[in-house]
Ligand binder design. Structure first.
Ligand code: ADP
Length: 746
């Protein structure tokens, strides 16, 4: 074979399909083209590699347009027995070399990644054999001395050690939680019990997280089988729940669940137990492949784009000696870990389960998994403590700031966990105005029933910060109701209110109580937390709306300017741009200049002249006070001069109005649990700190209120450091068609 081909990157999806694989393929293609590298799709996984011919084909920029929102994988996936044999891999190597491919992005599960690694190890030997057989020439073999691999994990189970999330897991969780929400309403109507079986042969991630997000009663996972006599424990729990006013009872079971002796527990067995012992009408729902279906969630689109982009950077920088890496997410950032180490540890979890070494299996899953398991058990089992502590405490829950989906979830978790600790839990209705008016009541376990899944804020929220002359009123109510600790769930103004109370504690002794703020704002503009509750839900709402807008516009040559919320924080604009494949985003952090708008118009004109049919611009509501959405629409329309038409869409309050996403529910629950711990510990210690909680680098962190001003930009009401701005270049790479082909960088 003549050696005239430039080397190229190959991309394939293999094994089980997962939502988000298309976003990863798109990112690989565009990042590669952007750098001037060629890229080939290998269709139908390893089967396409073995078959060769038409199944390995170059991809252009436009070939991966309009695939971000599609479930499954547009380049196909398959199981390929032939690739398990050396002969099959020999053919695969020959086929890759026909296209100059010696760098591969493999998107698949542990099986696919194991296969990739074996292929890499054998590569020099395979090439030597191909030379010997006369199927390739010596210079070709010399030109491609090594196969370089980057592995992206596509698996809805989230079962891979070394990445916090796998491609598809968040979308699967969306499907499951949608189903549980639907089942909850029918179960509640008939006072029925349901057993919901979800995927996860060796991994309880989907079961555990959906059990938390769905507000269910009991969960069975493979890594931590229930104790002996669990049937009784489960029935007692459900019976207590009913007695406390619960109308629906749901047990979630992972398909690979076993008891402590390793004996499989089937969903039907659980149903039988519930029916026999509780005499309840019990139904089983096995969700099956529904979990793989549907559109990828906003998170899956963003994450897959980021890891796909990173894979190309790595492969272009790789040398024959580079150790293959698995690229995933670690603490909200792209993270890398040696591929085979991750695969081996993943297998180790399954082995530990088989050996009934459940402690080690849980440890391998990581600290936050264990923490969430404990939190679930505490909330599901939480009932007003039978033995109140010597000095019962009174903890109040209040909201502040704009509405954020997930506020109810956080309030419910806090109330139930607080009651479980023996505290009296108080709910303040109507934010600080309500507090001053004395709208503060005890909340029982049953009062918060069903709040997990509810959007809105049952306690009510306003953006009001108590004025100086109102502080006396606030103090009076706190005293009259003997409030010992305060949990403020909300956004910027909630934090401001907390800061004000904290600053006035010398003047008003009633404020000398532990106070903690929990971040809840769709704007994601709060200090001390990389993510606030509500932001993921809003992002999903925006992305869904953008999908529809795109569809509506496909028939005409059209530009859409879509305005999203966020106040002075561009998080929603940037992330929704990344997730929807927008051409341009306008952020308040960057502003908008006339010069840029002019350049954008030129780009648009060039694009539409070149055959483009759609151009999506996302504008944060405060990106520029003068260049409004309407102004931009008119400007683009005028300058477009009939070449394309321009529409605007201001998404408005729908962004705040949805039921919380699974991620927001899980985060709300996790943070609320830590807040109750914090308040309890402060009270036990006799201390009264003011704090705000958050998620930073994957960990729950608690920061001191008194230092809050050091980390915020007060004028713009956002943190000084905004981690997500680092994603800006990826968005640019995905949006801008590749420059004219540069010399081969490989
Ligand atoms: P997943 O990647 O989702 O775990 P599989 O385990 O079915 O799915 O693997 C997908 C494909 O990857 C297989 O059909 C096979 O072609 C290839 N593969 C898996 N394991 C190996 C292996 N040990 N050696 C070679 N190829 C493998």
């Amino acid at each position: 074979m003549a050696n005239i081909l430039p080397t190229s990157i190959g991309v394939l999806t293999s094994g089980g399909d997962a939502q988000g694989m298309n976003a990863a393929v798109r990112a690989v293609v565009r990042a590669a083209l952007h750098q001037g590298a060629a890229v080939h799709a290998i269709l139908e996984g390893y089967q396409g590699m073995v078959d060769g011919g038409e199944r390995i084909r170059p991809l252009s920029w436009d070939d991966v347009g309009s695939i971000l929102h599609r479930g499954g994988t547009v380049i196909g996936t398959a199981r390929c027995p032939a690739f398990r044999e050396r002969e099959g891999r020999l053919t695969a190597a020959r086929n890759l070399l026909k296209h100059g491919i010696d760098r591969l992005v493999v998107i698949g599960g542990d099986g696919s990644l194991t296969g990739a690694n074996l292929f890499r190890q054998e590569w020099p030997g395979l090439l030597a054999e191909l030379v010997q057989r006369g199927e390739i020439d010596e210079p070709t073999a010399q030109r491609h001395p090594a196969l370089m691999i980057a592995g992206l994990v596509g698996s809805i189970d989230n079962d891979m050690v070394g990445t916090d999330m796998t491609i598809g897991a968040d979308s699967a969780l969306h499907r499951i939680v949608e189903a549980i929400d639907a089942i909850t309403s029918t179960a509640a109507s008939h006072q029925r019990t349901f057993v919901v079986e979800v995927m996860g042969r060796h991994c309880g991630y989907l079961a555990l997280m959906s059990a938390i997000a769905g507000g269910t009663d009991y969960v069975l996972i493979p890594e931590n089988p229930p104790a002996e006599n669990w049937e009784q424990e489960m029935c007692d729990l459900l019976r207590n729940g009913r007695a406390a006013g619960r109308r629906d009872s749901i047990v979630v079971i992972a398909e690979g669940s076993c008891d402590r002796d390793g004996k499989p527990i089937s969903s039907d067995y659980v149903r039988q137990v519930l029916q026999d012992r509780l005499g309840e009408d019990t139904r089983v729902t096995i969700l099956g492949h529904v979990q793989r279906g549907g559109k990828p969630s906003a998170f899956d689109r963003c994450m897959s784009t980021l890891v796909g982009h990173a894979a190309v950077q790595d492969l272009l920088a790789a040398t024959p000696d580079s150790e293959p890496q698995m690229i995933g997410m670690r603490y909200n950032r792209v993270g890398r870990a040696p591929l085979m180490q991750c695969v081996e540890q993943t297998h180790a979890v399954a082995r530990r389960i088989a050996e009934k070494d459940y402690d080690s299996a849980m440890k391998l899953r990581g600290g936050s998994f264990t923490e969430m398991f404990q939190t679930f058990k505490a909330i599901a089992g939480a009932l007003p403590s039978v033995m109140p502590p010597a000095r019962p405490r009174r903890l109040a829950v209040i909201h502040g700031g704009g509405l954020a989906p997930g506020m109810n979830t956080a309030a419910r978790a806090a109330v139930r966990l607080g009651l479980d600790r023996g505290h009296t839990m108080l709910g303040v209705r109507g934010s600080f105005d309500g507090l001053i008016a004395g709208q503060i009541d005890e909340l029982s376990w049953g009062d918060v029933e069903g709040w997990t899944a509810m959007g809105g804020a049952e306690l009510g929220t306003t953006r009001q910060v108590p004025a100086v002359e109102q502080l006396y009123g606030v103090a009076r109510v706190l005293e009259t109701h003997h409030v010992d600790g305060l949990l403020i769930i909300g956004g910027w103004t909630a934090y401001k209110a907390a800061y004000t109370l904290y600053g006035e504690r010398e003047r008003y002794p009633a404020f000398k109580i532990p106070i903690i703020c929990l971040p809840a704002s769709i704007d994601n503009n709060l200090p001390g937390s990389e993510l606030s509750i509500g932001a993921d839900t809003a992002l999903n709402v925006i992305v869904e709306a953008l999908d529809r807008i795109k569809q509506s516009a496909m028939a005409a040559r059209r530009c859409f300017v879509v305005e999203v919320m966020g106040r002075n924080c561009g998080y929603l604009a940037l992330l929704s741009g990344l997730a929807s494949g927008a051409e341009r985003i306008y952020l308040p952090e960057e502003g908008i200049s006339l010069k840029e708008l002019q350049a954008d118009v030129e780009r648009m004109i060039e694009g539409f002249h070149g055959g483009r049919r759609f151009y999506l611009a996302i504008r944060n509501e405060r990106a520029n006070p003068q260049y409004t959405t309407d102004f931009m629409r008119r400007l683009f329309e005028e300058e477009g001069d009939g070449l394309f038409d321009v529409r605007q869409s201001i998404l408005g309050h729908v962004q705040q109005g949805a039921n919380p996403s699974p991620f927001d529910r899980v985060l709300a629950t996790r943070l609320a649990a830590h807040c109750i711990d914090f308040l309890t510990q402060e009270l036990e210690r006799g201390s009264s700190s003011g704090a705000y909680i958050g998620l930073a680098e994957g960990k729950v962190t608690i920061s001191k209120l008194k230092q809050m001003l050091d980390v915020v930009d007060l004028e713009h009401r956002r943190p000084l450091e905004q981690w997500w701005l680092a994603l800006r270049p990826v968005m640019e790479t995905m949006a801008r068609p590749a420059p004219p082909r540069a010399p081969d960088p490989l």
